[in-house]
Design a protein around this ligand. Structure first.
Ligand code: ZN
Length: 338
């Protein structure tokens, strides 16, 4: 099969590699679409994925082969490449290891995932794509689950105001999830015009350009000088976390959703007196994937504007796409079609 193999030093190569053999309790999934995640871009940018790895965890496809002991799947079932409940002993180390460190323990050597024609999965791993959801939308189930997890992890209560820093795919999904959870108003900070336009289309009450406007002044004007109850940092740039602490309301909460790989300068004296709280939100749980599918099916949350006009790219386009995504980007969601 063909796969985009990470070779180290910010290089992908499109190679012919062996198609995995399906074991008794496994299924083989043909990948139709795999969305490029910010996490993959970080793995590329900081060169932390082990050479030989095939990245890509936001994929949808159909089952083309089932193992002899598989009971729940048949050939032709449309699935998302994750979201299944792990049986005892198979839980993610992220959730079970007491000292899990994503930077040093996050990228297993030699794993073959969605930037390939086929992915081998355990029977319990995938979940079914409901009728009425396209494969391309279904590929966005994981980032949607991340946004839902962030909201559920936060102190958000009905009628709270929310600030979102960064309107990339996860920011735009967090915006919708906040609205669906009953936020009274959602204010977005985003410099890229196309992302700002989609944020407004998806219900943002205001979008502020932090490069041309003073974020604090604008947010103060929108919130009667008090700041939003909760701010989600979905950008993770060196300046944004401190910015979030500075802007959030007295005793409010800052939730970090983006994954910064660099040290961040913070000046706590500027915001400590407001007794704000901080919460990190990490990825998602299988239950969040099911919630994501449910909210997409009911129309409470949509990924269509994120993938709408974007042409999916072949594996050959990945090198260029990743190089583009390393820089501050106007792009929404890039989807690979292996
Ligand atoms: Zn992801």
């Amino acid at each position: 099969m063909r796969a985009a193999v990470y070779k180290g030093k910010q290089r992908f190569e499109i190679e012919e590699i062996p198609t995995p053999t399906t074991g008794p309790e496994q299924v083989l999934v043909r990948v139709h679409f795999c969305a490029i995640c910010g996490t993959d871009v970080h793995a590329f940018l900081y060169d932390v994925a082990p050479p030989g790895t095939v990245l890509g965890h936001e994929f949808a496809g159909d089952i083309v082969e089932v193992g002899s002991a598989v009971t729940v799947w048949k050939v032709g079932d449309r699935v998302i490449g994750g979201g299944g409940d792990p049986p005892p002993g198979h839980e993610s180390p992220t959730r079970t290891h007491p000292r899990f460190n994503y930077r040093t323990m996050g990228f297993p050597e030699g794993s073959i995932r969605g930037y390939a024609e086929f992915v081998l999965m355990e029977e319990w791993q995938p979940i079914l794509i409901p009728e009425g959801i396209s494969d391309e939308e279904a590929a966005m189930c994981e980032p949607t689950a991340v946004a839902i997890h962030a909201i559920r992890n936060s102190d958000l209560k009905l009628g709270d105001s929310v600030g979102i820093i960064g309107a990339g795919p996860i920011g735009l999904l967090t915006l919708q999830a906040a609205k669906a959870a009953g936020a009274s108003a959602v204010y977005v900070s985003e410099p890229a015009p196309e992302r700002a336009r989609v944020a407004l289309e998806l219900g943002a009450d205001a979008v502020i350009n932090p490069l041309t406007q003073d974020l604090q002044t604008e947010i103060d004007a929108l919130t009667g000088g008090r700041g939003p109850n909760i701010i989600f940092d979905v950008a993770g740039f060196p300046s944004t976390l401190d910015q979030a602490f500075n802007i959030v309301r007295h005793t409010g909460q800052v939730v970090l959703v983006a994954v910064p790989w660099e040290e961040l300068p913070l000046r706590p004296v500027d915001w400590m007196a407001r007794e704000i709280s901080f919460k990190a939100s990490w990825g998602s749980l299988p239950s969040d994937w099911h919630r994501a599918m449910g909210l997409m099916s009911s129309g409470k949350l949509t990924v269509k504007p994120l993938i709408g006009d974007v042409e999916s790219i072949p594996l050959e386009g990945m090198q260029e796409a990743f190089e583009g995504l390393m820089k501050p980007s106007n792009q929404l969601q890039v989807v690979v079609r292996p």
